[in-house]
Design a protein around this ligand. Sequence first.
Ligand SMILES: Cc1ncc(COP(=O)(O)O)c(C=O)c1O
Length: 512
Amino acid sequence: MHRALEAGSSPPVTDRPTRADWLVDALGLALADAQAVTLTQHLYRTLRDWIQSGRLVRGQRLPSTRQLARELRLGRNTLLAAFDQLVAEGFLATRQGAGTFVADLAFQEGRACAEPIAAREAAPPSVPCSLSSRGAELLTYSGILPQRHAAFVPGVPALDRFPQALWRRLLRRHLQHMPLAWLDYQTQGGVPELREALSDYLRHSRSVRCRPEQILIVQGAQQGFELIARLLADAGDEVWIEEPGYNGAQACFAAAGLDMMPVAVDEEGMSVASPARRGCPRLIYVTPSHQYPSGVTMSLARRLALLEAAERYGAWIVEDDYDSEFRYGQRPIAALQGLVDGARVIYVGTFSKVMYPGMRLGYLVLPEPLVAPFRRANARLNREGQYAVQAALAEFIARGHFSRHVSRMRECYRRRQARLRKALAPAVAQGLALSAGQAGMHLVAWLDEPALERTLVERAVDQGITLSPLSRYYLKPPGRPGLVLGYAGTPEAEIERAGKWLALAWCESRRG
Ligand SMILES: Cc1ncc(COP(=O)(O)O)c(C=O)c1O
C-alpha cells in the first residue's frame, strides 16, 4: 500500500503539471531497454535513478498508475508494485486524493519542484572536454566581441537603418508562395533568380566575369572559406594570408589544418614579391579592394604580380570582397577576379555588410572547373536552404531596393566616419595617425606602443566602448599596435561620445 504522507512532511505541492508528456515517453524508452529484469524491477530502478540523480525533483507529482498503465500499455499491477516499493523505501510518497509525489529527500536539498526545469538543464553535470588540436587552435582565433552594438565594434552595418518593413513584406510574400519543391533537399547552388540578379550586379558594379551558373550561394563568406579550404587544400598545405589579416579567414584555415604564411601588407597591399621563407602556396587569401583591417587598396602592379604568382604556383586566389560597396569619393575599384581571362581566382562575396549579418547569405563565384565539385560538396556538407529568403533577396535586388539601400548606407557611413574624425580631431592634432578611410566601415588608429594599445582597450571597457586591438589581427607577434574602430553600426551620438573619450584618453597618454 502507498504510505500516506504525514502532515508537516508533505512535499510542496505546486501547480506545475505532472509533465506526464516527457515522463511517459522517457519511461517508455527505459522500459523498451529492459532485458534481464522484470518490468517491475526495471521501472522501480529507473524511477529510483531519476530521483537520485535529480531528474525527478522533490515534490514533483507523478502521473497516476492508471494513466501510466494506459499510455505505456502495461498492466496496472506492474506499476503498482514498482510504486509500492519506492514508497516503502521512502523515494515516493502519496497523499490521499492528491496523488504520488517524489518524497522530501535530504540528498535532493535545494532541488525543488518550483525550480524551473530549464534552469536545471542549463547547468548539466560537467563533462570532460578535450578538444582536437585543430579545435583548440581554432579557438585561439575565435574571440567573441562583447557589447555587439556599442562603439566601436567593427564589421557591423547600421542595422537601425535597414528597411525592415519592406524586407518583411517581401519575405512574407515569398514564404506564402513557396513552391512545394523548396521543402525538399536542394542541389541547384541557390535560387536561380538570385544567381541571375547577382551575376548582373557583379558584372556591372564589380567587373566580375561570371555567368549565373558559376555562382554558388552559401551561408556567408565564412562558409565559403571553409568549403575552399576543404576542397582545395590538404592539412599541412600552405596558405598565404595578409598580415595583418582577417581573423575569420585565419580561423577557417587553422581549423582546416593549413600552414598559414603571413605576407606583409604595405600601402600597396600584400606583396608576394617581398623576400620571405615561403614555400609553394595552395591558396592565397586577399582583400584587394579594401584590405582588412588596414584599409589599403591593392595597387594594379601588385594585383598583376599576384595573379602571375598564382599561375606560377598553381595556387588559387581567394578574393574576399566583403565591403567594396562602400567607397567614398573614389570610383569603385574593379575586382581582381575580372582583371584577366581565366584567372585562378575564387571571388567571395557576402550579404552580411550590405544587408545584415544574421541573414547568413554569401556567395562564391567559381572558375568553371570548380563549379560542379563545389556544388556537390556544398550540398553534401552544408546542405542548401533558405530558398524563400534567397527569393526575397533576388526580388530586393531586381527591384532596385538593394542599390538604393547601398547608396543610403554609403551616405550614412560617410557621415558617421566624418563624425568619428571630428571627435578624434584633438588627438589627430597631437599626432594620432588614422587610416585614409576611402572606403569601408572602420578606421584604423595607429599607435606606437603595445602597452598603450592594452591600456586603451582595457580602459574603454568601463566606458562601454569596444576597441579592437590591431595587434590581434597579426599571425606573427608582435603585431603593430593600433585600434580598429568600426563606425558603421554605431549611431552618431554614440560615435561622438566614444570618440571624444578616446581622443581625451589618447591626449592624456601623451602627457603622461
Ligand atoms: C574581411 C571580412 N570578410 C568577410 C566577412 C563576412 O563574413 P560572413 O559573410 O561570414 O558574415 C567579414 C565580416 O566581418 C569580414 O570582416
